[in-house]
Design a protein around this ligand. Structure first.
Ligand code: SF4
Ligand code: FES
Length: 249
């Protein structure tokens, strides 16, 4: 039988973007060690609703580490204590009976809080939109595969393509920079033959959109790489900088 724990929670509650917000304390008894972190929040919300308290809003979708929605800052760390693990993949067995856990939204001026733990990350969508379309006809999958690409290039491009857009990199960066996200989104297209015709235009547009959205500059702290749940390397930022310089000179 699973070990049961008592967990104390300090959760950020904020009614809307104009509310100044505050931490609220909750205690959950009988937390099953096999629950995921989000299941623990579900149980807390059921308890709050039984007590006629408004449940806590938090974002999630896939609960499989794919969609990037679940980025919460747990005890000061984006996505919590486990390396390369999104919040939805974190389990309560990583905590001890009697622990206090502080849960906040990912904080950045470009990610305004909508309610409680939910922030508006549409700035990321606008950076991607600024990149535009790939004009090369890629055809059906078999046709696209006829374009020979070195395996190392495919692997590196795929590594960048695994970015789930969660925004943990922004929340962890002392400058609230979106450089790891934008570098990853640029990197996977800029490395492939299909991405070459728009390479310069795309790089300039996405970097400039990132600046317009109010994200800070990268100053090589590498906190982004440390918290990224899919392990995007800061090599993405170096590649973005090289491509941007080549495009504007
Ligand atoms: S680079 Fe990593 S931390 Fe940043 S949005 Fe993508 S997956 Fe999340
Ligand atoms: S809910 Fe989709 S990555 Fe966590």
């Amino acid at each position: 039988m699973a070990d049961l724990m008592t967990i104390h929670l300090k959760v950020w509650r904020q009614k809307n973007a104009n509310d100044s917000g505050r931490f609220e304390d909750y205690t959950l008894d009988e937390v099953n060690e096999h629950m995921s972190f989000l299941e623990m929040l579900d149980v807390l919300n059921e308890k709050l609703m039984m007590d006629d308290v408004e449940p806590i809003e938090f974002d999630y979708d896939c609960r499989e580490g794919i969609c990037g929605s679940c980025n919460l800052v747990i005890n000061g760390r984006a996505h919590g204590p486990k390396h390369k693990t999104a919040v939805c993949q974190l389990h309560m067995r990583n905590y001890n009976d009697g622990d206090t856990i502080v849960i906040e939204p990912p904080r950045a001026a470009s990610f305004p809080v909508i309610k409680d733990l939910v922030v508006d990350r549409s700035a990321f969508d606008r950076i991607i939109e600024a990149g535009g379309y790939v004009s090369v006809k890629t055809g059906s999958a078999p046709e696209a595969n006829l374009i020979p690409i070195a395996q190392d290039t495919v692997n590196e491009s795929f590594d960048f393509a695994t970015c789930i857009g969660c925004g943990a990199c922004v929340a962890a960066c002392p400058n609230s920079s979106a450089s790891l996200f934008t570098g990853a989104k640029l990197g996977h297209l800029n490395m492939l033959p299909q991405g070459q015709p728009e390479r310069e235009k795309r790089t300039i547009a996405m970097v400039e959109q990132m600046e317009k959205e109010g994200f800070g500059d990268c100053s090589n702290h590498a906190e982004c790489e440390a918290v990224c749940p899919v392990g995007i390397s800061i090599a993405a930022i170096a590649e973005m900088r090289k491509d941007y310089l080549k495009a504007v000179i």
